[in-house]
Design a protein around this ligand. Structure first.
Ligand SMILES: Cc1cc2nc3c(=O)[nH]c(=O)nc-3n(C[C@H](O)[C@H](O)[C@H](O)COP(=O)(O)OP(=O)(O)OC[C@H]3O[C@@H](n4cnc5c(N)ncnc54)[C@H](O)[C@@H]3O)c2cc1C
Length: 394
């Protein structure tokens, strides 16, 4: 099937790069078109835990476990649950042996591992996809920088706001009711010293009044965080907050989280800053479409969902593994049949993941979200410590 065919992957995030690596291992001629200007662009976002049955399974098939273990972050999975006053309600750590089940890695190192595994020239940087038209039996792809490319098979891995997806289905996303503001505090030892200490190298879930604040310590000494608030879908436009202006975002935070302990304000005290508002959408859990013979999609492009179950990267990488296996499995007589089979499995899995992501979103943003989260840990695991840490002084 793969003989003499060219494959184009749109988007070089974890899903797209994993797919490129796995296809290359099977001798496939593949290029990745990525909108980032180059490899040096700083990768934002929280530390990720990779799961045995998905993210790690894909990395293992990609032959990259040694590289992974040279870059992972032991201990980064410990979780502290606090209330809005930063009073510790529960500490949870991996039980012995568990850490290997869901080891943590920062996004930047994960991306570098995948990039370094690819043949030189596989990723074509500064290639922001604009449009695509049939071109004989192929696709002709146009990019914002004026260049174009052709390919026999295109795989869209261009994330939650995929520009390619409308060529596959007209199904649009549904607003989940929660909008996130994502940010990063660089040099946290200096700019957010008390929060850095409270984090202790792990993650914090702070919950109260139906709002969430999730922090994660990163290996480069920064803290990544995201707020979660139940607001109207149009909040971004209505609020008038200028997210390129730190003081405007800080003013919004001081109002929205006005009754929370002032310690959280450290998140806005650095000189370098980065904020992105992200209204949280998901695709309908029963979404389906008729498969195309030479175009498909994986990852967030196919099944975006709120991040509260920590599955997004993992299932994007599992999609990559399963799609690579289908596309290179000679038991499928045609690529069209391979894509149809793959999409059926993917949609079924994504439906279940979306349902649990929505349930977590509702729980964490309910009035008793804190109690419900602690109860959940009580039901499913044994917290290492509970309720005995010294409350943080106000
Ligand atoms: C705040 C937050 C926290 C999260 N936390 C976690 C977590 O803890 N664990 C977890 O597993 N998941 C988490 N997720 C979800 C996770 O980030 C996504 O599910 C995952 O990154 C999806 O991978 P992807 O490769 O499909 O898409 P992306 O990671 O979005 O990658 C898409 C790539 O395509 C490129 N691109 C976009 N548009 C174009 C274009 N037009 N042309 C060319 N290239 C383009 C982008 O630059 C990017 O490199 C979180 C998400 C958010 C927002």
């Amino acid at each position: 099937m793969k003989k003499n065919k060219t494959f184009a992957i749109i988007g070089g995030g974890p899903g797209g790069l994993t797919l490129a690596r796995l296809l290359q291992l099977k001798g496939v001629d593949v290029k990745v078109y990525e909108r980032d200007f180059n490899q040096e662009v700083r990768v934002q976002g929280a530390t990720l835990d990779l799961h045995q049955e998905s993210g790690l399974k894909a990395l293992c098939a990609a032959g990259l476990m040694d590289e992974f273990y040279a870059n992972f972050r032991p201990g980064a999975g410990k979780l502290r649950v606090v209330d809005k006053d930063a009073i510790i309600k529960m500490d949870w750590d991996e039980e012995e042996g568990q850490e290997e089940n869901r080891p943590e890695i920062d996004r930047g190192p994960l991306r570098n591992i995948l990039l370094n595994s690819l043949a030189p020239g596989t990723v074509v940087w500064d290639s922001q996809y604009l449009s695509m038209v049939p071109y004989g039996n192929q696709w002709k792809i146009s990019f914002k920088n004026g260049s174009s490319a052709t390919a026999d098979i295109v795989i869209a891995v261009d994330g939650a706001n995929s520009r390619v997806r409308p060529l596959i289905t007209a199904i649009t996303p549904v607003y989940s009711g929660v909008t996130i503001v994502e940010g990063n505090v660089y040099h946290a030892d200096k700019n957010a010293a008390r929060l850095q200490k409270l984090l202790g190298g792990g993650k914090i879930f702070a919950l109260g009044e139906g709002k969430s604040l999730i922090l994660s310590a990163k290996g480069d000494g920064s803290i990544s965080f995201y707020t979660g608030c139940k607001v109207e879908e149009s909040w971004l436009q209505d609020s008038g907050v200028d997210f390129s202006d730190k003081s405007a975002v800080f003013d919004w935070f001081k109002t929205e989280f006005g009754s929370w302990n002032e310690i959280w304000q450290e998140l806005f005290q650095g000189d370098e800053f980065f904020f992105v508002p992200r209204p949280q959408y998901h695709f309908p859990t029963d979404q389906q479409w008729t498969s195309l013979p030479n175009l498909t999609m994986i990852g967030d492009a196919a099944h975006r969902m709120p991040p509260y179950t920590g599955e997004g990267v993992n299932i994007a990488m599992l999609d990559a593994l399963e799609l690579s296996e289908c596309l290179t499995n000679e038991t499928f007589p045609t690529i069209a049949e391979a894509i149809a089979y793959f999409e059926k499995q993917m949609l079924s899995r994504a439906s279940a993941s979306t349902q649990s992501a929505l349930a977590s979103t509702e729980m964490l943003h309910s009035d008793d979200g804190l109690e419900r989260l602690i109860q959940l840990f009580d039901d499913f695991s044994e917290p290492v410590k509970k309720d005995f840490a010294e409350p943080l002084k106000k």
